[in-house]
Design a protein around this ligand. Structure first.
Ligand code: COA
Length: 260
């Protein structure tokens, strides 16, 4: 039974497909969806035996068309700042999640929807997807990390233009800018995402978590990324997975990683 109101988890072997499930509102991120995403990435994922999470949007039209504008309307300064901090914290949880998270962007990824996709580790877009940070049209700015992650992914010049104009870009433009990793035909989006998830499933899970942490370390002020990488490299060297991975190579067989 699905215990979520706004999410629909679907297990496919070792992959957990997490559908954002408010199709009538183009999967706009409301307070319940934020709480449920928080709960899922805090512990809810343990109900599923997954090695990779794919986030996608329910319905044909949208991944997520942003924060729920009806809930934003009328917020006080204090409430808005606190919502921004909450959204940032939840998306950071996704960015720091120990399992790889793939965004399968099936349609509009606007505002908070684009910010959610940017918090994921890999982005695959349907050729019908559209990306943008249209918040300035509402008299506000992105509040869930969008001003920071867009710069990280596509550079300051183009990011500033997109943030200032609020313009939407299509999937091909997003690919050229490096905002997404791949573009597929809509009907191949899930197969392509699962194909990548299956590849990740064959890699050492502790090593995947180590990559995620080390990449994120680059963006944490005051952290020496090279030092962090060396410490992670050292810690992984004493795992069974490293022993298994290197033995399997020498013995010309596939490794059987156990995440230990
Ligand atoms: N928050 C709340 N509801 C939203 C929403 C959002 N961000 N985006 C879409 N919806 C709702 C619409 O209100 C509409 O609901 P209704 O049928 O009860 O009126 C439904 O989703 C369908 O949207 P609609 O605008 O009719 O679809 P469209 O195909 O004409 O346009 C968009 C699609 C994405 C261009 C348009 O919905 C849009 O601009 N959404 C807002 C995007 C945005 O500014 N996001 C940033 C928020 S900070």
């Amino acid at each position: 039974m699905n215990s979520y109101q706004t999410l629909l988890p679907e297990s496919k072997d070792h992959v957990l497909i997490l559908h954002l499930n408010r199709p009538d509102a183009l999967n706009a991120l409301n307070a319940t969806m934020f709480d449920e995403l928080d709960s899922f990435f805090t512990g809810g994922y343990q109900d599923y035996n997954a090695s990779c999470v794919i986030i996608t949007g329910k319905g044909e039209k949208a991944f997520a068309a942003g924060a729920d504008i009806k809930e934003l309307h009328g917020l006080s300064s204090q409430q808005a700042e606190s919502l921004s901090r909450k959204g940032q914290k939840i998306f950071q949880k996704i960015e720091e999640f120990h399992l790889p998270v793939i965004a399968a962007v099936n349609g509009f990824a606007l505002g908070g929807g684009c910010e959610l996709a940017m918090a994921c580790h890999i982005r695959i877009a349907s050729s019908k997807a559209k990306f943008g940070q249209p918040e300035v049209s509402l008299g506000i700015i992105p509040g869930y990390g969008g001003t920071q992650r867009l710069i990280q992914l596509i550079g300051k010049g183009k990011a500033t233009e997109l943030l200032l104009t609020g313009d939407m870009i299509n999937a091909e433009e997003a690919l050229q800018l490096g905002l997404v990793n791949y573009v597929t035909e809509p009907e191949q989006l899930m197969d392509r995402s699962i194909e990548i998830a299956n590849k990740l499933h064959t890699r050492g899970p502790l090593a995947l978590a180590g990559v995620i942490k080390s990449v994120n370390a680059h963006f944490i002020p005051g952290i020496d990324g090279y030092g962090f990488e060396s410490r992670t490299f050292g810690a992984l060297a004493s795992t069974n997975d490293f022993e298994e991975g290197t033995s399997a190579f020498i013995e010309k067989r596939k490794p059987a990683f156990q995440g230990k």
